[in-house]
Design a protein around this ligand. Structure first.
Ligand code: ADP
Length: 781
């Protein structure tokens, strides 16, 4: 099944024990075999809104923390940023591969070696590589080749990979007379524009070098194959071909409020499946509900003392986050000046290692939206708190080093441990934590499989809105680039090992250096082996997957055709890939979708609603549906009846659109956005199919609509009135506001001519582009 990545893992507990690490001594939360399969019905129910005792700590004005307790202000200190000098020697030494635990596992259990391999340790190589490595070795760590018993030798690079073959001096760029580079000679190298790569630049350079591609650090007059943006799709304007490493709209989609809304929509349809996201309320608009629900919970059980975490919308790196024990602590936030934020149930019983709370950063590649292709990096990071964890109480509520795992905060704690090892210190590899857990008897196969499932479900929740952004920015039929994106998933493991989604970062930090205090108050950037190990692999393998030379002819913008799975979706044979990439290791990115389509496809209901929405939106760059187009949707899908007149349709449109536009104060574009349309669709489904669960109602209505639309096939076969209304809604810029008799047209506020709407939409996007401060603040560092 989907956990095949770890399916063959059989951890040799005896060996682990003999490595002398005792659970109690290590402080790993004791794992309860009896309970670990009892996945709670929701985060909340398994970890009910009750916590330990404790007293409310007021948020303080504006929700700011007491600066004496929170170290956020440290970041503003004057820092000496010395030039990063790569110490290759150090980098090699660190690659002597892991702890005694991991080595013991690798030596004694080839299956576990496979896991290490999957986690980016690159054990599985061809004999050709081995030969090449032997020609150019300097350091010679020995690696067991899975299944062959062979031992390879090779020079290790700073990211833990075997160094690529260095061609003879006399060979021209990319040319060799023999073997692996033959193919490369026939092709021009892939070109990458890194002029906007920002903090990913170092990792990009290393990746491009390993791939022997061509970097354009200052940009290029002619088009590049790949554009690597540090912030958003719009970092470079006017790209008409190639591929960009960002999707339009992703930053907006992943702001805390929008993400919460998207997940909540899925929770309405699939409450069980989406119980990995803590219960959340949007502030200030849902303050009353929040307050009332918590009051009720406390009335039922007075001993409950829940804790909540308040996160400003659009914030990152822990900025502005604080914990509260009661809704009344938020009063200060509910005035007209109230900032937009999410208040969320605080997971008060996280899994601990060494008595410390930690979270997991996993890198996820959305390779294409259509068809949906998702990859997960088999290696990630774990970020540790720097103060031993205690359940929230009045005394400790403001201890950020205890409750928040952000690297950017904890690095400024006196207790932060910088380590060149991958499995000690305050930042470690994910695989090292899995090993640690496996050694305590944790079923890491299940943990991994739950995480994959969480990732796929989250992406499924994001895709509908992303498609709307995509069509608005890159309308079909117009020249434009295709997109892909690496996302950073932040995941917390609860004590019962259930993974919880904290947030998704559109711009996960790809820095491979970290700040280190070299003297009091003086910070320097120094190489971070752990970051380099993980991030260079993720970027390099993303590039490999996006290699334009391997894309099949006819691949659609925003989509790709190749479906091969074993070689990471590559259409070529593994041998071909091996030849072309010479000594590169196997991919550290694992395809999880479409691989697990069967298990997850049923969740893609909202995407089907979005397809209908997009169909009626037209392709003129709008993101909102006008009243006429909404009527056309109703008419084409034959949803009106004697019980549901077109007048009621208009009222529904006005009602829902008005509510959504007041909850989206930023919005400059009038009309019905996707979320509002989804709400309308749910409403229509409920009217038509009573007495079923919402998901059944919705899928029944989808079937009705899809069947109707299929029968009309294309707009050309619509009735004349429909044709008129659609062309009207899409071409009002030409002053064609004629035959519509809708009552809505009298509503000046709602009825915005398409030209205005389009202009507003463009303004909005322009406005977004022109707010570098806002965008930059979304880049994690
Ligand atoms: P930011 O984008 O500012 O980093 P996050 O949502 O990632 O915001 O939250 C910051 C940190 O707070 C997380 O890394 C985690 O340690 C902690 N945290 C966030 N949400 C929760 C939660 N619901 N329960 C427990 N801890 C949380």
């Amino acid at each position: 099944m989907m956990s095949d990545h770890y399916a063959k893992v059989s951890v040799q507990l005896e060996q682990m024990k003999s490595s002398g690490k005792d659970a109690a001594e290590q402080g790993v939360a004791h794992y309860d075999h009896d309970h670990h399969h009892q996945v709670p019905s929701s985060v909340s129910s398994s970890d009910p809104l009750g916590g330990g005792g404790g007293v409310i700590v007021p948020a303080g004005p504006g929700g700011r923390r007491d600066p004496s307790k929170a170290s956020i202000t440290y970041r503003q200190r004057c820092k000496s940023r010395s030039k990063l000098i790569k110490d290759k020697k150090n980098a090699c030494v660190k690659q002597q591969h892991g702890s005694a635990d991991q080595q013991a596992l690798r030596h004694h259990d080839p299956e576990v070696a496979h896991v290490v391999d999957d986690a980016g340790k690159n054990l599985n190589r061809s004999a050709v590589e081995a030969q090449q490595q032997q020609q150019h070795h300097h350091h010679e760590p020995t690696l067991h080749v899975k299944g062959t018993g062979k031992i390879l030798q090779g020079k290790t690079e700073t990211n833990g990979n075997i160094a690529p073959y260095h061609r003879p001096k006399d060979a021209k760029d990319g040319h060799r007379d023999d073997g692996p580079l033959k193919l490369a000679r026939r092709r021009r190298p892939v070109t990458v524009d890194t002029s906007k790569a920002k903090t990913s630049l170092e990792a990009m350079k290393l990746s491009i070098k390993q791939l022997r591609w061509k970097e354009f650090p200052l940009g290029r007059r002619s088009a590049c194959d790949i554009y690597w943006h540090g912030v958003s799709f719009h970092d470079n304007e006017n790209i008409v071909s190639g591929q960009v490493n960002k999707f339009p709209g992703m930053i907006d989609m992943l702001k805390k409020i929008t993400l919460s809304r998207a997940v909540r929509t899925m929770q309405e349809l699939f409450p069980e499946e989406y119980n990995f996201y803590p219960r959340s309320w949007i502030l200030p608009e849902e303050y009353q509900q929040f307050s009332a629900q918590i009051r009720m919970v406390k009335e039922v059980d007075a001993t409950l003392k829940p804790t909540f975490i308040v996160k400003p919308d659009g914030g990152s790196q822990g900025d502005g986050i604080f914990l509260i024990r009661d809704p009344s602590d938020l009063k200060v936030m509910t005035g007209s000046q109230a900032k937009q934020a999410v208040v969320q149930e605080y997971i008060h019983r996280p899994l601990l290692i060494d008595k410390l709370k930690f979270d997991i950063r996993l890198y996820v590649l959305i390779k294409s939206l259509e068809p949906l292709e998702i990859y997960i990096a088999k290696e990630g990071l774990t970020r540790f708190c720097t103060e031993p964890y205690q359940e929230p109480s009045q005394k400790n509520l403001s201890h950020v080093f205890m409750h928040l795992t952000n690297y950017s905060l904890n690095v400024h704690s006196g207790n932060f441990v910088h380590s060149d090892s991958l499995n000690t210190g305050s930042k470690r590899t994910f695989s090292s934590v899995l090993y640690r857990l496996a050694s305590k008897g944790v079923d890491i196969k299940k943990v991994w499989s739950d995480i994959i499932s969480l990732v796929i479900k989250t992406v499924i929740a994001l895709v509908p809105e992303l498609k709307v952004h995509y069509q608005a920015d890159i309308p079909p039929g117009k020249p434009g680039p295709s997109c892909f994106q690496i996302l950073g998933f932040d995941i917390l493991l609860m004590k019962n090992l259930k993974p919880v989604l904290l947030e998704v970062n559109a711009n996960p930090s790809m820095k491979i250096e970290h700040e280190q205090q070299v003297a009091p108050g003086v910070f320097e950037y120094v190489p971070s082996p752990v970051d380099e190990e993980v991030k260079v692999g993720v970027i390099r393998d993303t590039l490999r997957l996006m290699d334009p030379h391997k894309r099949l002819p006819g691949a659609q913008p925003g989509g790709s055709c190749e479906q091969g799975e074993e070689n990471g979706g590559d259409a070529r044979s593994p041998e071909k890939m091996q030849e072309e990439f010479g000594t590169l290791p196997s991919l550290c990115l694992k395809q999880v979708y479409p691989k697990y389509t069967k298990q997850f496809n049923y969740l893609r209901l909202v995407e089907r609603i979005a397809a209908i929405f997009l169909r009626f939106l037209g392709v003129k760059g709008n993101m909102r549906l006008g009243p006429t187009a909404f009527r056309t949707f109703i008419r084409n899908c034959k949803l009106s009846s004697s019980h549901f007149s077109m007048a009621s349709v208009d009222i529904l449109y006005i009602d829902i659109t008005r509510r959504w536009s007041s909850s989206l104060p930023d919005s400059r574009e009038a009309g019905m956005g996707l979320q509002a349309f989804v709400e309308a669709f749910f409403h229509l489904a409920g009217r038509r199919f009573k007495s079923q669960a919402l998901r059944d109602q919705v899928s029944s209505l989808l079937e009705v609509c899809e069947a109707q639309l299929a029968s009309t096939l294309a707009f050309g076969s619509l009735g004349s009135e429909d044709r008129r209304s659609l062309s009207c809604s899409r071409a009002l810029s030409r002053g064609n506001r004629t035959t519509q008799t809708s009552g809505l047209t009298t509503n000046a506020q709602l009825y915005s001519p398409a030209s205005q709407r389009r202009a507003a939409s463009q303004d909005y996007r322009l406005h977004q582009r022109l707010r570098p401060g806002v965008l930059r603040s979304n880049v994690e560092n």
